[in-house]
Design a binder for this molecule. Structure first.
Ligand code: ZN
Length: 215
């Protein structure tokens, strides 16, 4: 689009220059007009191609940056993701009764735990059930990282995706070291697996696009 516009502007200038030569020097002008016109067209074309090429590499750089930003806009909560207990109804490990598991458990033993997206730390606390926990709000929903051994953020902190919010552990109502994630939208718990899938898809798509630019 910009390339076409530049080309049209360039040709417009040549036509104006030709008309001017015709008006001022009608006899000798024919040869000069041709030379000037050809020269001008040639130069205009060269500049246009350079501009188009600069524009195209600027576009590529901007698109690459966009996909890098997209990749970095999300983070897995741990270096390695291994689900040990999914969201939903299960046999409670303490009571052995059927009960809804309000989050998702990941294998982790004193591992760095990362914020999954940009957000604000809204709670840093400890109770008998969740143990040490950190809750980060991401727009409409919030994520709690539970059974931690250490907190690494404080209430009110703004966290980037991939920033360490705590170290996983075995505090609270837990039968062994693991990371329990809960995702809440209003009062409703939603499956953290959906968020993990979103992170996975966002990263995969960004990697595919970036590899296209490297071809
Ligand atoms: Zn759990």
């Amino acid at each position: 689009m910009l390339r076409n516009l530049l080309l049209m502007t360039g040709l417009g200038c040549c036509m104006a220059a030709s008309a001017q030569f015709h008006t001022i020097t009608p006899h000798a002008a024919r040869y000069r007009i041709e030379r000037v016109t050809q020269g001008t067209v040639g130069k205009t074309k060269e500049i246009t191609e350079e501009a188009a090429s600069a524009e195209s590499s600027a576009d590529t750089a901007s698109m690459r940056k966009q996909w890098i930003d997209s990749y970095l806009s999300v983070s897995y909560p741990l270096k390695e993701i291994f689900v040990t207990s999914p969201f939903g109804v299960r046999t409670d490990p303490f009571t052995k009764k059927r009960r809804k598991h309000n989050g998702l458990d990941l294998k982790a033993d004193r591992c760095e735990t990362y914020a999954m997206m940009h957000g604000i730390v809204v709670k840093v606390g400890q109770d008998k059930v969740s143990g040490k926990y950190v809750t980060v709000r991401h727009g409409d929903f919030s994520v709690s990282y539970c059974h931690l051994s250490e907190w690494r953020v404080k209430k009110g902190d703004c966290v980037r995706p991939g920033e360490v919010v705590g170290i996983s552990g075995n505090t609270g109502r837990s039968t062994g070291p693991h990371l329990h994630l809960t995702v809440r939208m209003g009062r409703r718990h939603i499956d953290p697996g959906v968020l993990l899938q979103f992170i996975d898809e966002t990263r995969q798509q960004a990697l595919e696009k970036l590899s296209d630019y490297n071809r």
